[in-house]
Design a protein around this ligand. Structure first.
Ligand code: GUN
Length: 309
């Protein structure tokens, strides 16, 4: 197999990082999940994922559409419930409670962010933890931190961990720096990597908007994971030569050369950092597809648990 054969242009620049192909790895996982869905179907259970979208944020609508399409392609059942922006918190909680009671629903995902008048923590606490395939409920957050594997870990960090394992990146004893302390990515990412076991056992530093001398931290990282939501904030001088760089950022910036007038970029200055790192995720086509694949995996796992698997 010639998977490592680089094109001539890359052979002339041997320091250039290899790309982590999130789209290809996600396709592999989605095929595994589809096989699991078939096996569950033979035992009388079709995994069902219900996605709830409140309001008309265009980016959220795109993400939700992608999740629905992927779950259908994996052979799952389910629905996307779109509610108007004016939906009250009580109305949303009633929808969540209905889904909690519905035995055909194994996964419930309420897309974030929610409109300002709805408290996301209240909504998340109403989701049955056994159907919380996002891994946001405090019960699942607690299980993750303790290292119990019978909960759900958030999809983006667990997808990143899977990428590192798949690409043979040694995490044991590695200095990992996570930039960003969100509940969706930064904090659970650190919690996963600090556990003992495969794809973990790392020494983890979390940096955030109040961190002093950010570059002093990032330059020490064997593995640098960036989820800060600031376009191209990580420049080449902030990266240790040979580091593995994972870019969670999805920032739309103006670009007059494209038809839409905008372009998607990560939190990492990809073109420059690629010449310093050994392995790097592109945006798009890196972390994004893995998030969806892991959502499907969590949903299939939830359905399997109803059979005692
Ligand atoms: N908004 C951005 N990412 C996510 C995610 O992984 N889950 C949910 N529910 N909302 C999001």
């Amino acid at each position: 197999m010639r998977v490592d054969a680089a094109p001539a242009s890359e052979r002339e620049a041997p320091t250039r990082a290899r790309l982590i192909d999130g789209t290809a790895l996600a396709a592999l996982i989605r095929a595994e999940v589809a096989a699991e869905v078939q096996a569950l179907g033979a035992r009388g259970v079709t995994p069902g994922l219900s996605v709830v979208l409140v309001g008309n944020d265009p980016a959220s609508a795109v993400y939700v559409g992608a999740k629905e399409k992927a779950s259908r392609e994996a052979g799952m059942a389910g629905e996307t419930i779109v509610l108007p922006t004016e939906t009250t918190q009580a109305e949303l909680l009633a929808v969540v409670e209905r889904l909690n009671r519905d035995r055909t629903v194994h996964g419930i995902l309420v897309q974030m962010p929610l409109p300002k008048h709805i408290d996301p923590d209240t909504v998340i606490r109403h989701i049955d933890p056994s159907k919380d395939v996002d891994g946001f409920h405090p019960v699942n957050v607690g299980k993750l931190l303790i290292g119990h594997t019978d909960g759900f870990a958030p999809c983006t960090p667990v997808g990143i961990q899977r990428m590192l394992v798949h690409y043979g990146v040694e995490t044991r004893g590695a200095d990992v720096v996570v930039v960003g302390r969100s509940t969706i990515v930064g904090k659970p990412m650190a919690a996963l990597l600090v556990q003992s076991g495969a794809g973990a056992d790392a020494t983890v530093t979390i940096c955030h908007s109040r961190t002093r001398n950010l570059a002093d931290h990032t330059r020490r990282a064997d593995i640098l994971i960036v989820a800060a939501g600031r376009a191209r904030m990580i420049t080449a001088d902030m990266v240790k030569p040979g580091a593995v760089v994972i870019d969670v950022g999805m920032n739309r910036i103006p670009d007059a050369s494209t038809k839409s007038g905008t372009r998607l970029v990560g939190d990492v200055d990809f073109a420059a950092v690629r010449d310093v790192a050994s392995l790097i995720t592109p945006v798009p086509g890196g972390v994004g597809p893995m998030t969806i694949a892991m959502l499907l995996r969590n949903t299939a796992r939830s359905a399997a648990r109803t059979l005692g698997a």
